[in-house]
Design a protein around this ligand. Structure first.
Ligand code: PLP
Length: 382
């Protein structure tokens, strides 16, 4: 396992481009879309994911996850859709965790049938729930842990053992944990995906995605990626490199705020239930402790039924009632009204998403100010 100090240094320095001409301190930005013809290896071109800045950032993100190689995309969904389709052919089947990010769920449900690809969702988050879904044509297992928005935890080591038994691949969407808190490759997971729009970007101003894994799986994904064309512009690549230099510090502060809030909310009379893998009450706390370095900046809680969820959110003055997550500014939303609005009532019920649920993305503000804001919005309903 990587030492903490190594990770911090990797955030700042891994993959950086040297400015040999001027000796500048940061990676130079190469905006060129046209490079000298080179008939030895593949030519440089943004859609081939191999410009100087694209290559350096891929190395950085791969290093953070302890992977051999990586690719940077224009969004999390570009990375996810490309990685999946690159690994699948007509007639194949994939087992997905039931609690999937909404965009991934829509992608699978709307697009897979066009390619003749079959899928099923795990009934629960236990290893047997996945084992039960494996068929003769199953090619892989796709998971998200901690999950959105109920922070369910899946045992990474057991999932990779199961996949090894059947000689199938495993993919994880590691967005919620970020590479600071969880490195699934250490537990045998093959391919790690990120919406870099979230923690890697961290300032709610970048749309990007990433995939990392072995050289051979990244080659396979690259062969589809250059056809689908979901590459990220070099300017944004460069901005994302800058963001990642402070990833460790940001996420550390977000972890601390989320944990403090979870403990605080546990004891508040206006909260019915808190969902946070760091709490000893969390049903999979022991597994979370085994596979996570810290428990992340995301938590959810159910308000007591006397409170109106929408009023609670709109009454917040510091915390932003915005979509998305992982920015340095705290934000909160109702999964039922926003991120999970497109699910059927039945689908929400099986995932445990009720009308009183609030999903909270902890920022880096003072914990006292965050608590004060939550208390003041509740008091508006008294
Ligand atoms: C946001 C998000 C995505 C999709 O990322 P985009 O950058 O919006 O395409 C995928 N998975 C998770 C867990 C996310 O939070």
């Amino acid at each position: 396992m990587k030492k903490e100090s190594d990770f911090k240094t990797l955030c700042v320095h891994a993959g950086e481009l040297k400015d040999n001409e001027h000796g500048g301190a940061i990676s130079p930005l190469y905006m060129s879309t046209s490079y000298k013809f080179n008939d030895v290896e593949i030519n440089q071109y943004p859609r081939y994911f191999n410009t100087p800045n694209q290559r350096s950032l891929s190395k950085k993100i791969a290093a953070l996850e302890g992977a051999d190689a990586g690719l940077i995309f224009s969004s999390g969904m570009a990375a996810i859709s490309t990685a999946l389709l690159a690994h699948l052919e007509p007639g194949d089947h994939v087992v997905f965790q039931n609690d999937l990010y909404g965009g991934t769920r829509n992608f699978v449900k709307k697009e897979f049938s066009k390619y003749g690809i079959d899928f099923s969702f795990s009934g629960g988050t236990g290893i047997n729930d996945f084992a039960k879904e494996i068929r003769t044509n199953t090619k892989g297992i796709y998971i998200e842990t901690p999950s959105n928005p109920t922070l369910k935890i899946i045992d990474l080591a057991l999932i990779s053992e199961l996949a090894n038994d059947y000689k199938i691949w495993t993919m994880i969407d590691n967005t919620f944990a970020s590479p600071v808190n969880q490195n699934p490759i250490e537990f045998g997971i093959d391919i790690v995906l990120h919406s870099a729009t979230k923690y890697l970007g961290g300032h709610s101003d970048i749309s990007a995605g990433a995939v990392v894994g072995s050289e051979s799986s990244i080659d396979l994904i690259f062969n589809s990626a250059k056809n689908f064309g979901g590459n990220l512009s070099d300017y944004t690549v460069w901005l994302l490199e800058r963001s990642i230099k402070t990833l460790y510090l940001r996420v550390q502060a977000q972890n601390n705020n989320a944990f403090s809030l979870a403990r605080f909310l546990e004891n508040e009379s206006w909260v019915r239930k808190v969902y946070y893998p760091g709490l000893t009450k969390h049903p999979k706390h022991k597994i979370a402790k085994k596979q996570m370095k810290a428990f992340g900046g995301m938590l959810s809680f159910d308000l007591v039924k006397e409170l109106d969820c929408k009023k609670f959110l709109l009454g917040l003055e510091l915390v932003k009632p915005t979509m998305s997550l992982a920015g340095i500014e705290s934000s909160a939303l109702s999964p039922r009204l926003t991120s999970h609005a497109l699910l059927t009532e039945e689908e929400r019920k099986t995932q445990g998403i009720g009308s009183q649920m609030v999903r909270f993305s902890a920022g880096i503000e003072s914990i006292d100010d965050l608590k004060k804001d939550l208390i003041q919005t509740v008091s508006k309903q008294k």
